[in-house]
Design a protein around this ligand. Structure first.
Ligand SMILES: [Cu+2]
Length: 160
């Protein structure tokens, strides 16, 4: 593996924390984004989910309206259960009310990176992305790719 500056810093940080998942956060205006991460994906995966928390420390609502990353398509999704099957649906925006924390997690809201096409997410990889908020503006951050838990989340991707 070629040791880039980013991987070196990540390796040092991992060492310092004893190999536990690294919590990281990013701020723009009154918003704080906590621990953006994605699970590793199989080589055949066409999509990967991105997860994080957004806390609004201000006194007016804001909305996540767009996510930009180097993939053919990036969408904001929600998950709805119908007939016992989780189906993902595209949403235009996620509202973050003042004083609230919205959690993007498996089975709920998530960011969908689409068109992976044979370049899967690998543990330790960092995915650069830009979140666009209606009021707070843009926020550059990185999603840490982490090991998928053994149970994994099972999702129906037929809607894609
Ligand atoms: Cu999705």
């Amino acid at each position: 593996m070629k040791m880039t500056r980013t991987t070196l810093i990540a390796a040092l940080a991992t060492f310092a924390l004893g190999g536990t998942a690294i919590a990281h956060s990013f701020k723009v205006g009154d918003l704080e984004v906590g621990h953006p991460m994605a699970f590793e994906t199989p080589i055949t995966a066409k999509t990967g989910g991105g997860f994080l928390t957004v806390t609004n420390n201000g006194d007016s609502a804001d909305r996540l309206i767009e996510v930009r990353a180097d993939f053919p398509k990036v969408e904001i999704h929600t998950t709805e259960m119908s007939d016992g099957v989780a189906r993902m649906m595209h949403v235009e925006a996620i509202e973050i009310a003042p004083g609230e924390t919205v959690t993007l997690q498996p089975g709920g809201y998530h960011i969908m990176f689409m068109g992976l096409n044979g370049d899967p997410f690998e543990v330790g990889e960092k995915i650069p992305a830009t979140l666009v908020f209606e009021k707070a503006g843009t926020l550059d951050l990185e999603f840490n790719v982490e090991e998928r838990p053994a149970s994994g989340e099972k999702m129906d991707h037929s809607g894609h």
